[in-house]
Ligand binder design. Structure first.
Ligand code: ATP
Ligand code: MG
Length: 209
């Protein structure tokens, strides 16, 4: 089987501080993994390395290049309307891009907000726009860094259901960082804890992944 992500012997450090140590990890195509771990243990660093924003100091990382990333904060541009935010940075025919942006907004249930300003959206709606912005890129691999961390419990559940649906429909492979073990257990096929610079299968009191 092809790998969506293949990491072999990766080490990474900033200054004197080693963040990742000889880390191995594989994500099969269509797989969904969650990464949990203490604040500062290197989860976001790991996603940056997989996304290619940053290069590891040592080791090898291969990842599907059809990749999109969502962050904890939606990072919308305040002076652009929702639909323009979705297609921001995309090149090509404007008319087609606009159509694709509307289709992506429909996918996340937010077509009626196409012309709205970002600051008029709720937190959940803004995160939907962020997902639409990922989807318009037709990714095969989705990297999510605590995407629902700032949402209330009910909205969070809705967003989890939406994400699960999108992952199925678009046959996505997913690496998701979360602090919420319930969220991880709802969504992921496998859950890892990042500790001591390595990924370990997460162990819960009542549940072994
Ligand atoms: N560009 C950088 N330069 C120097 N140190 C950095 C840099 N980026 C991250 N670090 C350090 O690397 C460590 C890991 O940071 P990272 O953001 O990956 O943690 P995290 O697990 O995502 O934490 P959180 O759960 O709080 O988001 C931290 O100690 C952080 O201060
Ligand atoms: Mg982080």
């Amino acid at each position: 089987m092809e790998h969506a992500v293949f990491i072999h012997g990766v080490s990474h450090w900033y200054g004197e501080v080693e963040i990742l140590h000889n880390l191995d990890f594989e994500l099969e195509e269509g797989g969904f993994v969650c990464v949990i771990g203490r604040s500062g243990c290197g989860k976001s660093t790991l996603l940056r390395l997989v996304s290619g924003i940053e290069k590891p100091r040592g080791g090898e990382i291969r990842a599907d290049r059809r990749i999109a990333v969502c962050f904890q904060e939606p990072r919308l541009i305040p002076w652009l309307g929702v639909e323009k935010n979705v297609r921001l940075g995309m090149k090509g025919d404007r008319k087609k891009l606009r159509k694709d942006a509307l289709a992506a907004l429909r996918d996340v249930g937010l077509e009626e907000k196409a012309l709205a300003w970002p600051q008029t959206l709720s937190g959940g709606q803004a995160q939907r726009v962020s997902l639409a912005r990922a989807l318009i890129r037709r990714p095969r691999l989705l990297l999510l860094d605590e995407p629902f961390g700032a949402l209330d419990a009910i909205t969070r559940r809705e967003m989890q259901d939406l994400l699960a649906m999108l992952v199925r429909e678009h046959a996505l492979s997913v690496v998701m960082v979360t602090h919420d073990t319930d969220e991880a257990r709802r969504l992921a096929g496998r859950i890892f804890s990042l500790e001591g610079g390595k990924l370990h299968p997460a162990v819960f009191d009542d549940y072994i992944v």
